[in-house]
Design a protein around this ligand. Structure first.
Ligand SMILES: [Zn+2]
Ligand SMILES: [Zn+2]
Ligand SMILES: [Zn+2]
Ligand SMILES: [Zn+2]
Length: 225
């Protein structure tokens, strides 16, 4: 799935679409977000530190998330979230570390506010065999009332990259693993060709997850809440 065009995603507050990097700036300036946050802060509820995270697959730049996480959350909450939206195939081990993936491991029960500060970069590894590596950058922090009762709030997510097309010209929705082993060019298939010509092959749906094509990943690639 080589890409030249950067994927875009919509701001959860105002709906504007932009790239993952553009979204860093946008979220700090979005007037709708400012209004929503200040309204939200009027609500009763304990104020706490809340962190803006930019999450990105370490190798596939097309896949990114902008999240808010409460200071009272623990890293396990983030691990669970990443598993739901992107990673979970069959319950592999995972870990967080600082200083790259050979860096110092940080325990899953670590309290977010005890280590998070703007500029911190964490590495998350899921599955030490066919591993998925995710980079988490703390963009900024604010003091306020959390947006929801959940520890994490999704502010933006990339839309599915416009994947290369099937040889017939229609956009590909399936990856043929058997054919991909032999030749990259014929691996992407439209619905019709997947069903007509590759029905006996190992077909994998293309999902909005950087784990597509790994370890039989089959989605659903949806946020848990
Ligand atoms: Zn916005
Ligand atoms: Zn697996
Ligand atoms: Zn095939
Ligand atoms: Zn086709």
């Amino acid at each position: 799935m080589t890409q030249t065009k950067q994927t875009r995603g919509a701001c959860a507050f105002c709906g504007r679409k932009m790239t993952g990097n553009g979204m860093v700036k946008h979220l700090s300036a979005c007037p709708k977000r400012k209004d929503t946050l200040s309204e939200n802060d009027q609500k009763t509820g304990k104020k706490q530190k809340i962190y803006h995270l930019k999450v990105q697959d370490a190798w596939l730049n097309d896949f990114w998330l902008h999240l808010e996480i409460c200071g009272s959350a623990i890293l396990k909450d983030l691990d669970s979230y990443l598993r739901s939206i992107w990673l979970e195939c069959c319950g592999h081990l995972s870990q967080f570390s600082v200083g790259g993936w050979k860096g110092e491991e940080i325990a899953m029960d670590t309290n977010v506010q005890s280590i998070f500060r703007p500029g911190l970069i964490l590495t998350h590894i899921y599955d030490f065999g066919e591993s998925s590596e995710t980079q988490i950058k703390v963009v900024s922090e604010r003091e306020g009332t959390p947006m929801t009762e959940h520890p994490i709030y999704l502010m933006a997510r990339n839309e599915l990259p416009e994947v290369a097309t099937c040889t017939c010209g229609k956009s590909g929705a399936w990856l043929c693993l058997d054919c991909a082993e032999q030749d990259d060019e014929v691996a992407l298939l439209c619905d019709k060709h997947a069903k007509d010509e590759h029905q006996d092959h190992a077909l994998m749906p293309i999902l909005n997850s950087p784990r597509t094509g790994r370890c039989g990943y089959s989605g659903p690639a949806e946020p848990p809440y």
